[in-house]
Design a protein around this ligand. Structure first.
Ligand code: S3P
Length: 173
């Protein structure tokens, strides 16, 4: 990849159940940066939740809103940005996230993703007969894309929040 200069943000990528929100809040607090969650921003703007957007506009409609949000948030400085699990699907988003800052892939095995999202009714892609199969398919598709733009890969399956945060801060500095 070209050695483009990056902005001073931390960008968290990874699947549903990776802990992007939990890790992001903690990181932001320790580094005194603001925490921004792209899905939450989309919900604030539209006034409805993500599953309602999927219901009325389909996944394509959501992906368009997500791409617009990436472009907007990618221009910020001094934030910790938590992205949605599918934010890396579009090449334009990957380019945007990569230049937005230090990109951290919160790697999480499917079994752990499944456990963390098990009682979740808010994620439209998991409202299916077989969420494990769905998570597995998404993982096969997306793991290479996460790795493509990651500056650091951290395994969050150990549930060791402080250790995870420490590793990220060390890499960012
Ligand atoms: C999605 C992940 C969700 C949300 C939407 C689609 C995905 O975000 O953007 O439901 O495609 O993996 P989280 O990763 O924060 O759950």
């Amino acid at each position: 990849a070209l050695n483009v200069s990056k902005q001073a943000n931390i960008v968290l990528i990874g699947p549903m159940g990776a802990g992007k929100t939990t890790v992001g809040r903690q990181l932001a607090q320790q580094l005194r940066l603001s925490f921004v969650d792209s899905d939450q921003e989309i919900e604030k703007r539209t006034g409805v939740d993500i599953s309602t957007i999927f219901e009325f506009e389909g996944e394509d409609g959501f992906r368009q809103r997500e791409a617009a949000m990436m472009a907007e948030l990618g221009a910020h400085e001094g934030i910790v940005l938590a992205t949605g699990g599918g934010s890396v699907i579009r090449a334009e988003n990957r380019a945007c996230l990569q230049q937005a800052g230090f990109v951290v892939y919160l790697y999480t095995p499917v079994s752990v993703q499944l456990r963390r999202t098990a009682r979740d009714r808010k994620r439209p892609l998991l409202q299916t007969e077989n969420p494990k199969e769905r998570l597995q398919a998404l993982f096969s598709e997306r793991d290479p894309l996460y790795r493509e733009i990651a500056d650091l890969v951290v395994d969050t399956s150990g549930e060791h929040l402080r250790g995870t945060v420490r590793q990220i801060i060390k890499g960012f500095k």
